[in-house]
Ligand binder design. Structure first.
Ligand SMILES: Nc1ncnc2c1ncn2[C@@H]1O[C@H](COP(=O)(O)OP(=O)(O)O)[C@@H](O)[C@H]1O
Ligand SMILES: [Mg+2]
Length: 238
């Protein structure tokens, strides 16, 4: 059976202009193409600096690309993230694309439970149901109940990462992006997170992630996408 991809990245280019360094230009992505379908986990691999995180940010609409198309199936439509208006990007993020960044962006004074529940509430889940779902996920990720009412600003790196993962899991979307979700986790939590990601896949989600440990990719049955052959230009030219 052939499935129409949920995500098709076509020939994208991304350059950074380093204004603080005499306008030097860094070619991070050049002609990068890939596709991810429902019920699939694809893993970006390649050395540090290969452009893996930049690619996820481009798909999420955080970084604007300089060329190419980023086609995402959004309900019955196909949206090109590369050219989408900010309002469309917001709608995509609410209902179609979830993203777990490498680090939680802590909002001061907002309790962990609300941070996890909020995206689900934005999707239309009732606040009570969203908080119940959030509590369940936090418990599965071994966050003690005593921390639910606290802002994660004082949490450990691993605790913040688990809050970040719970937040995405509480509002699953058809395309989920993960940037090194297991990097700061102990073995038990790592196993739980991998189970959750596999569960997303099994329920029909298209997953695109970065997992630096090959054992994680193996556990997930991920299809590797090698970024070093995706056209990374090593030279920095002025
Ligand atoms: N916002 C930015 N401004 C300038 N350079 C950036 C920015 N984000 C990433 N880069 C550069 O792009 C390259 C790729 O970074 P990144 O996508 O984080 O790689 P990876 O995730 O594969 O380690 C690196 O050289 C990095 O310094
Ligand atoms: Mg990275």
């Amino acid at each position: 059976m052939t499935r129409k991809p949920v995500l098709s990245v076509e020939q994208i280019d991304k350059q950074f202009v380093l204004h603080t360094q005499n306008g030097a230009i860094l070619d991070v992505l050049r002609g990068t193409s890939l596709a991810v379908s429902a019920v699939e986990i694809a893993a970006l691999c390649g050395p540090s600096g290969a452009g893996k995180s930049s690619l996820l940010k481009a798909v999420y609409g955080t970084y604007r690309v300089n060329g190419g198309r980023i086609l995402v199936r959004h309900g019955d439509d196909t949206i090109d993230v590369a050219t989408a208006a900010p309002r469309t990007i917001s709608a995509l993020r609410r209902n179609t694309i979830g993203y777990v960044s490498q680090f939680l962006r802590v909002i001061p004074r907002v309790p962990a439970l609300d941070i996890v529940a909020d995206p689900a509430i934005e999707q239309g889940v009732t606040p009570d149901d969203a908080r119940a779902r959030a509590a369940d996920l936090l418990r599965r990720l071994r966050i003690p109940d005593s921390l639910f009412k606290l802002s994660p600003s004082t949490f450990s790196g691993g605790e913040q990462q688990r809050v970040n993962i719970a937040r995405a899991m509480a509002a699953p979307r058809p395309l989920m992006l993960f940037d090194e979700p297991t990097a700061s986790l102990d073995p038990e939590n790592r196993a739980t997170v991998l189970q959750m990601i596999a569960g997303l896949r099994d329920s029909g989600t298209a997953v695109l992630g970065i997992f630096h440990d090959p054992a994680d990719r193996k556990t997930l049955g991920a299809r590797d996408i090698d970024m070093t052959t995706c056209g990374r230009e090593e030279t920095v030219h002025a």
